[in-house]
Design a protein around this ligand. Structure first.
Ligand code: SF4
Length: 343
């Protein structure tokens, strides 16, 4: 593979074969002065993902530039792995996949097909029509919000969904996001931690600030003071890493969603749990909020919550005869707080 092509698509097997054959070792990449530029560019790659949400274009006209650009990819993955922050992994994966999407749009169909197949998507091109297996289509289009992506709006022939070249590239973007998210963080040794200690501290600090900002923004729109005791308790449990039954997770996610939080905001609220599993939580949340299932669920009524054993610590407001739903509690508490004092 040509080094410029490898630099454009560093996630391809051929690109890593190229690197292996070039003889660059992990030791030299992390320590040698010869790779100082590649290390700098690797850190920039991560910073671009954090700040702009997409990896930028860098010069690759000369072989040296292309080589540094290619090497910046494994360096970036080492840094992301060393920081080991699920929000960073997610952001970085999306940024790499977006860049690949942008570049693939300018490629011809045989190359795009080759990339899709390497990522595990079976693509058939027949008489100019492109089709993919419908189960793969469902899986990788699950996060697309537009109605145009719903299976009912597709042309399906013998279990295969017809797609345009543009749509095939968009599916590749999602597959690549999933692939990178599942691969990272990689195990990192002490040499890697030492070599990138300053970058790890800097990026870790930026992520901590972003997390605090994000939390304040997402929770800022809802008032925790108005939460019914059951939801307060379950939020505390999940953030503290306590085991919450499925019925409790369902009730809490649907409650937060009904208050206006989107899937990312709910996910972020849960991310402080010590046993936080990003991909599992994301799937569960997107199912409850309707992004995957197509059904937006509502939290259960108080009577159902009681039968599930998740009506925790009911207070005097809960004991009113008209109190039948956690959302009613939230609204009622809001009215109470709005009432002018002395009335
Ligand atoms: S009565 Fe309803 S709102 Fe109050 S704690 Fe129980 S489930 Fe929650």
């Amino acid at each position: 593979m040509d080094v410029r092509l490898a630099a454009k698509y560093p996630f391809l097997k051929e690109a890593s074969n190229y690197l292996r054959d070039s003889g660059v070792t992990l030791d030299s990449l992390t320590k040698s002065v010869a790779y100082q530029r590649a290390r700098y560019m690797g850190k920039e790659r991560v910073m671009e993902a954090v700040e702009s949400g997409i990896v930028e274009d860098h010069p690759t006209a000369s072989e040296v530039d292309a080589n540094n650009e290619l090497l910046s990819y494994p360096v970036a993955r080492m840094i992301v792995s060393a920081v080991a922050d699920p929000m960073l992994v997610n952001r970085y994966a999306i940024a790499e996949a977006k860049k690949a999407d942008e570049r693939l749009r300018g490629e011809d169909l045989p190359f795009i097909k080759l990339v899709a197949e390497e990522l595990g998507l079976d693509v058939v091109v027949e008489d100019g029509a492109i089709s993919v297996d419908f189960t793969a289509f469902l899986r990788f289009s699950a996060t697309m919000r537009s109605k145009d992506w719903k299976l009912v709006n597709q042309q399906v022939i013998a279990g295969r969904v017809l797609v345009t070249k543009h749509r095939l590239v968009r599916l590749i973007q999602q597959m690549l996001t999933d692939r990178i998210t599942s691969e990272l963080p990689l195990p990192v040794n002490d040499d890697i931690m030492r070599a990138f200690s300053a970058d790890i501290a800097e990026i870790g600090g930026i992520m901590a600030e972003k997390r605090a900002e994000f939390k304040a923004r997402s929770m800022g729109r809802v008032s925790i003071i108005r939460f019914p005791p059951c939801m307060k308790k379950m939020l505390k449990m999940i953030q503290g890493g306590e085991n919450l039954p499925h019925s409790g997770r369902f009730a809490l996610v649907s409650f937060l969603h009904k208050l206006g939080m989107n899937s990312d905001e709910v996910l972020e609220t849960f991310s402080s749990a010590p046993d936080f599993d990003e991909s599992k939580s994301r799937y569960q949340i997107q199912h409850i909020t309707g992004e995957i299932s197509g059904t937006e669920y509502t939290p259960p009524e108080c009577s159902t919550m009681k039968s599930y054993g998740i009506c925790f610590d009911p207070d005097s407001l809960c004991k009113r005869e008209w109190m039948t739903h956690p959302l009613t509690y939230y609204k009622a508490k809001g009215k109470r707080f709005k009432r002018p004092s002395g009335k």
